[in-house]
Design a binder for this molecule. Structure first.
Ligand code: AMP
Length: 193
């Protein structure tokens, strides 16, 4: 299974990605987590990415695409993966298509978590307190929502035209949301439940 998990910042993508990937025995690949690991290790990639992340902007496509290309070529991702936070731009969609075509693979489902805008900002402000992420200040949070609406929300239509979009209500308890995701994926024959 090759699954993409989408949703605005604060929709709970990271949490759900780990639960779903574990259930399906595939790696959860989070571009945000990979960038953050590089930032804390002080790698050249981290240095490059950090200024965009701190401002709530997207890291340039060339940088992000190259990173994903390397990651999905690793052995553990050969049989499938769940992408959390990628693709985020139309150009990234095309790049992912090219990467998968090279091995004759394709995306099986795009799960879109839907959430209430105000609730999401509250969740992120709470996360700012508990995790202390540099990009969780109120101004940056609002900017990230705008960037998502402009650059990433259009992907729902792109994948919708391919019949791949599965919208899931992202509000409620973590377990409830996971069950909803398993239910839609089960209809795609993943054996999630
Ligand atoms: P996330 O943890 O998914 O919220 O990502 C945190 C930050 O990493 C984003 O605000 C971007 O700056 C950067 N980032 C993560 N994924 C991507 C991507 N696919 N394209 C560009 N930037 C990304």
């Amino acid at each position: 299974m090759r699954i993409i998990l989408m949703g605005p910042p604060g929709a709970g993508k990271g949490t759900q990605a780990k639960v779903v990937a574990e259930r399906l025995s595939i790696p959860a690949i989070s571009t945000g987590d990979i960038f953050r690991a590089n930032v804390s290790d002080g790698t050249p990639l981290g240095v490059e990415a950090q200024r965009y992340m701190d401002a709530g902007e997207y890291v340039p496509d060339e940088v992000t695409n190259a990173m994903v290309r390397d990651r999905i070529a690793e052995a553990d991702a050969r049989g499938g993966f769940l992408l959390d936070g990628y693709p985020r731009t139309v150009a990234q969609v095309h790049e992912l298509d090219t990467m998968l075509e090279a091995t004759g693979d394709s995306v099986d489902a795009v799960v879109v978590l839907t959430v209430d805008g105000d609730e999401v900002v509250q969740r992120l402000l709470q996360r700012a307190e508990t995790e202390g992420r540099a990009d969780d200040t109120e101004d940056v949070i609002r900017h990230r929502q705008e960037v998502y609406a402009e650059q990433t929300a259009p992907l729902v239509e792109v994948y919708g035209d391919r019949g791949l979009v599965r919208e899931v209500d992202g509000m409620g308890e973590v377990d409830e949301v996971s069950e909803r995701i398993f239910a839609v994926l089960d209809r795609d024959g993943t054996g999630a439940r």
